[in-house]
Design a protein around this ligand. Structure first.
Ligand code: NAP
Length: 282
């Protein structure tokens, strides 16, 4: 699996597995665990989760999936903004570690910006790093001005990633956030790469131009959408899939090389931004 380097020098895989909506339904638990394990068998060792997902339920599913396989996993979790004060971060991290059945996270993110001063959250992350509970920390749903502000605070230069909504139909970050992060070698993690809501996903993946590119490659529209993201410099992609056919397809998307002609057609079907817009969020 291809990797990028975090500012700390640690390698992070460019293709991983999301877990939002996992852990909600006990009847789905085995399928979810099997999907994550299949993904790892195929080389997708990065798993993205959060204390928010099923209020800890997703972390428990991940814990079961990585049981006995912690060393091969790159584990990412996130803290709620309302837990992001000095003591709250530490307690939330301990709870996540317990549910995940591990004693460290590879990456711990602030899920979105709340009312706790950023300086306090960064200080708390730094303390967790010193204590060996997390290897790196970063943020999610931060726009360029938030990134700038974080970068100027003590510990801000250790901010390892920004996880944001990015896919073919939502290219706003290409105007300034993505170049800003690239210039500083801070990887961007693209969430909802396939547009998680069924209606929006149908609209994006049903695009006739996307379908014809997919046909040329003998691939699905979803694979082309992922391949396009994987071809972007400095971008990590974390599709969530429970259906084993989807898991296999997503892994195989890394092997698709889009041509200059494909990229031109994609730009026509899903135009890049022509002005600055506020960051899109789920
Ligand atoms: P997504 O990964 O873009 O889409 C997930 C949906 O697409 C599921 O319904 C899945 O179905 C389906 N799917 C997966 N692979 C497919 C394929 N090859 N062909 C057709 N359909 C496919 O959406 P997401 O879950 O919102 O985003 C991915 C991850 O990003 C999340 O799980 C979470 O870890 C993270 N995230 C972070 C934030 C944040 O605020 N930081 C927000 C949203 C998401 P099946 O499950 O049935 O296979």
């Amino acid at each position: 699996m291809k990797t990028l380097l975090l500012p700390s020098g640690s390698a992070i895989p460019v293709l991983g597995q999301g877990t939002w909506n996992m852990g909600e339904d006990p009847a789905q638990r085995k399928r979810e665990i099997d999907a994550l394990r299949l993904g790892m068998d195929l080389g997708m060792h990065l798993i993205d989760t959060a204390e928010m997902y099923a209020e800890g339920g997703a972390e428990e599913v991940v814990g079961a999936a990585i049981h006995g396989r912690r060393a091969e996993t790159f584990l990412v979790s996130k803290v709620y903004p309302h837990n992001a004060d000095r003591r709250g971060v530490q307690a939330a991290c301990e709870r996540s570690l317990r549910r995940l059945g591990t004693d460290y996270l590879d990456l711990y993110l602030l899920h979105w910006r709340g009312s706790v001063p950023l300086a306090e959250t960064l200080e708390a992350f730094e303390a967790l790093k010193q204590a060996g509970k997390i290897r790196d920390f970063g943020v999610s749903n931060f726009d360029t001005d938030d990134m700038q502000e974080a970068g100027e605070l003590p510990g801000g230069d250790s901010n390892a990633v920004n996880q944001v909504l990015y896919n073919l139909a939502r290219r706003g970050i290409e105007w300034n956030l993505l170049p800003w992060c690239r210039a500083r070698a801070i990887p961007v993690m693209a969430y909802s790469p396939l547009e998680s809501s069924p209606g929006e996903q149908r609209r994006m993946l049903g695009n006739p131009h996307l379908k014809s590119i997919a046909e040329r490659h003998g691939a699905s529209s979803a694979q082309i959408a992922l391949a396009w993201l994987l071809q972007q410099e400095n971008v990590i992609v974390i599709p969530k899939a429970v259906d084993p056919k989807h898991v296999r397809e997503n892994r195989a998307a890394q092997d698709i090389v889009l041509t200059a002609q494909d990229l031109r057609e994609i730009d026509q079907a899903f135009p890049p931004p022509t002005r600055s817009t506020p960051l899109d969020m789920r």
